[in-house]
Design a protein around this ligand. Structure first.
Ligand code: ZN
Length: 499
């Protein structure tokens, strides 16, 4: 990934940093006597993967919470929650994660959850993490009742009589979601220790946690002080009142702003010749411009979550307006997800020169299926990676784990093959080369995360974060990319995997 030396045969590491990269003879010649020589027998070494949009602080709990990702029915969700309830300590909410309402043919209801967990609050999160279902106790504790109005930017689903069904969308889930994690967060150091090693085994050496509450930032500080984080984690802060709420100044640092919803992202599509909007848009262009300028003036970088074409258009318009006032802001903002694009939006993003952080693994997990309303509007392109690259968009990749598959090689395979787990191909003309996909998950990702001075490529002076792979992703057949094994993971010159 070093443009001046894209391929090399050997490298030397000292004190956790790369000190030489070159031909074998050259590097051996330069070594001092006390270097240990490791012969990889021709295997491939690549930079450690960087994941600039990962939800480590919720994914780390996956071993403690009910895993509903494989649930085929509401009964499966109930069984998983009932089992998790037996392991859930007193005072903590029973948590489930990852159900897919397509597979269940609908969302569970609070009654379904009450039957599984009658006596304490329980909440099961949709795979998108933008909608969830609570049982009756959860709704009481979160202050959701028949008389509760829908908050701006959210919706409380109700039955015909007006009674909440338990299903909460976007900002309507802020209180329940925050409360459901509170007691668990005390165990963060413990789960982070194990989770960061799982990440390293997948070849991930640095991430950014894309939504960290002020309370969780304190947990991160504890985990770091305990030496529990095996990989580098940078935090992107959300406000204290919940992920999708208007950001506040409760904690400094890189700021996350949700411009639109997730599963119900803000779309504008032509239907029968007339424009029709749908989904949740959290800010107007003017409001977002003001938020960007305030963040930049406070010396903060900003990550804009924008998924639907209307959400992306709002983000792009606000960035255009804000950089007119503060041109230096251009380097202090990026757009994450950018799923539903148009040729016009691609061109405007390329002109702005801001980073886009996209998630190819969703093509693998769900075959590219997403918002219900992309409809038949021909102008909308879903994850148009090749078009974006051709237009000059700075494009990095990430997982959005646990919403998407954590393994970077799965993401790379999906970007190259545009093929789902079940073999469905989506817009094959938008496929990238293996080298472009690899770059987007290493050097591009490091640049988008602002850590390219130390990570993302194997260059003298950078951290020795590197992987030994079972085969060369630039030479193996595209269909085998997802099954490449990460044989070894080295971070700062120390082998973490295998231990
Ligand atoms: Zn995310």
């Amino acid at each position: 990934m070093d443009a001046s030396l894209p391929m090399a045969q050997a490298l030397a590491v000292k004190d956790g940093r790369i000190v030489e990269v070159g031909g074998t003879d050259e590097v051996l010649w330069l070594r001092e006597d006390d270097y240990e020589v490791i012969d990889l027998e021709g295997r491939t070494v690549v930079p450690g993967f960087v994941d600039p949009h990962n939800h480590f602080s919720i994914g780390a709990f996956e071993t403690l919470w009910a895993d509903c990702r494989g649930a085929r029915s509401v009964a499966d969700v109930q069984r998983a929650l009932a089992a998790a309830a037996r392991e859930t300590p007193a005072g903590a909410w029973v948590r489930g994660v990852g159900y897919d309402h397509h597979v269940l043919s609908g969302h569970p209801t609070r009654g379904d959850l009450d039957a599984a967990v009658p006596d304490r609050p329980a909440l099961v999160m949709h795979f998108s993490h933008h909608q969830c279902v609570g049982n009756s106790r959860a709704l009481v504790e979160a202050g959701v009742a028949r008389a509760t109005p829908d908050p701006p930017g959210g919706e409380i689903a109700r039955d015909k009589s007006g009674e909440p069904t338990g299903l909460l969308f976007e900002r309507a889930m802020s209180r329940a979601e925050t409360a459901s994690r509170e007691a668990w967060e005390a165990r963060f150091t413990e789960v982070a220790r194990a989770a960061s090693r799982r990440y390293a085994a997948l070849g991930i050496t640095a991430i950014q946690d894309a939504a960290v509450t002020p309370a969780m930032a304190r947990r991160y500080a504890d985990a770091r002080a305990a030496g529990a984080l095996a990989i580098e984690v940078g935090e992107v802060m959300v406000g204290a009142r919940g992920w999708f709420e208007r950001p506040d100044d409760a904690a400094p640092g890189r700021l996350k702003i949700f411009v639109d919803g997730g599963y119900r992202c803000a779309m504008r599509v032509l239907r029968d010749g007339a424009p029709r909007t749908s989904g949740f848009l959290f800010y107007t262009r003017e409001e977002l411009t003001a938020l960007l300028l305030a963040a930049w003036r406070a010396d903060r970088n900003v990550v804009c979550h924008a998924i639907g074409n209307l959400g992306i258009e709002t983000a792009v318009g606000a960035i255009e307006d804000a950089v007119r006032t503060m041109p230096e802001g251009r380097a202090r903002v990026r757009i994450d997800h950018a799923i539903f694009l148009t040729a016009e939006l691609i061109a405007r993003i390329a002109d702005l020169g801001v980073w886009v952080v996209a998630q190819p693994s969703f093509l693998w997990d769900r075959g590219g299926a997403a918002a219900p309303d992309r409809a038949t509007d021909e102008s909308i392109r879903v994850r148009p990676f090749a078009s974006a690259l051709r237009a000059g968009v700075k494009q990095a990749f990430s997982s959005d784990h646990p919403c998407g598959s954590n393994a970077p090689l799965v993401g790379i395979a999906a970007a190259v093959t545009r093929t789902s787990r079940e073999g469905r191909v989506t817009a094959p003309q938008e496929a990238l080369s293996a080298s472009a996909a690899l770059e987007a998950y290493t050097l591009g990702a490091a640049r988008a995360a602002g850590i390219d001075a130390v990570a993302g490529s194997l260059e003298s002076g950078k951290r020795a974060d590197l992987l030994v792979l079972s085969s060369n992703p630039l030479e193996c057949p595209a269909t085998q990319l997802a099954s490449i094994q990460v044989l070894e993971t080295w971070i700062k010159g120390v082998r973490l995997n295998p231990p």
